[in-house]
Design a protein around this ligand. Structure first.
Ligand code: SF4
Ligand code: ZN
Ligand code: ZN
Length: 304
């Protein structure tokens, strides 16, 4: 029988990459401490910050919200109802239920009232759903957080997400993206600060935390995620991890330690201005969200 690293109880969780075993209570404590350590390591925010967690109803965002609230941060949630059938309905219910349980505010944006649902937009736009969705989420997160008076947006991206993106950007030598792959994107040019406090926590660790904390989360994946290349990269990295525990964490942490500082000397060509319609930051005269909205309106008018 494996014993907890901290007490005499039987261990319920074993973390091979850290060579640590914990009972339930000490695992939850380890997780919260790891989140706190990451926040401090990357100087993400402090107890005076007003934080908005982007909530999807999944295990990562709810675990993050739970941990930040437990650690005593001033943190509310932000949910965008994408209107993706049962998936969105169920995830919204779970996000609302969780907000009630921890006594925090969940700010909600209904996409159907702002522009159109993702499935509707798909009928007017040939781009992959995730590309449209990404534009929409980035836009509303930034805009609403500012309007509501928050100064930090925290997302539930975990180590598996970050390692998969890093792997993809490295395969393509996408220097512009690699240069921005840091768990803190500082506030500038109309963007508010974005942070990823779970960047050193694996998907498995966050799932165990959610289960042991009694968090009800949506287990189904979004129907549009099927076939995404990032899933192949995650699978590949997980196979490496299985053979050699610690691979993902090493890959990501060593990038941040050794490569990221070198990349900062790479000259940035991007110049950001403001969208002529909505005033949000944009590389072009009109931002991607407003162009999407205009395109959608034009196509709708044509079909009437
Ligand atoms: Fe949006 Fe794609 Fe994620 Fe679904 S899988 S929520 S469409 S980004
Ligand atoms: Zn213990
Ligand atoms: Zn705009």
């Amino acid at each position: 029988m494996r014993k907890c690293y901290k007490c005499d109880k039987k261990a319920q969780v074993y973390l091979p990459q850290h060579r640590l075993a914990f009972c339930k209570d000490h695992y939850l404590e380890w997780f919260d401490n790891r989140v706190e350590k990451t926040i401090k390591e990357f100087k993400m925010f402090d107890k005076n910050s007003k934080i908005l967690v982007a909530v999807s109803g999944g295990k990562d965002s709810l675990s993050l919200w739970n941990a930040l609230a437990k650690l005593g941060y001033n943190v509310d949630g932000f949910y965008i109802n994408l209107g993706i059938g049962d998936y969105s309905q169920k995830s919204k219910e779970l996000a609302l239920k969780f907000a009630k349980k921890i006594g925090k505010t969940l700010n909600i944006v209904e996409l159907k009232d702002e522009i159109a649902t993702i499935p509707e937009m798909k009928t007017y736009d040939n781009r992959p759903a995730c590309s449209i969705c990404g534009t929409i989420k980035r836009y509303f997160m930034n805009k609403k957080a500012k309007e509501l008076g928050y100064n930090i947006i925290a997302t539930g991206h975990n180590l598996d997400d970050e390692a998969a993106v890093l792997f993809s950007n490295t395969l393509n030598w996408s220097i512009e993206y690699l240069k921005r792959q840091y768990p803190v994107l500082k506030e500038e040019n109309g963007f508010i600060r974005k942070v990823k406090p779970l960047c050193k926590i694996s998907e498995k660790e966050s799932a165990i935390y959610a289960i042991l904390s009694g968090i009800e989360y949506i287990e189904e994946e979004c129907p549009y995620s099927v076939g995404a290349t990032s899933i192949d990269y995650k699978l590949f990295l997980s196979q490496l991890e299985e053979k050699s525990p610690g691979t993902k964490l090493r890959f990501y942490s060593e990038f941040l330690r050794k490569m990221y500082p070198i990349l900062q000397s790479y000259e940035e060509k991007v110049e950001l201005g403001r969208c002529e319609i909505c005033g949000e930051p944009s590389m072009n005269r009109i931002c991607s969200y407003c162009s999407l909205k205009m395109k959608l309106q034009a196509k709708k008018e044509k079909t009437v």
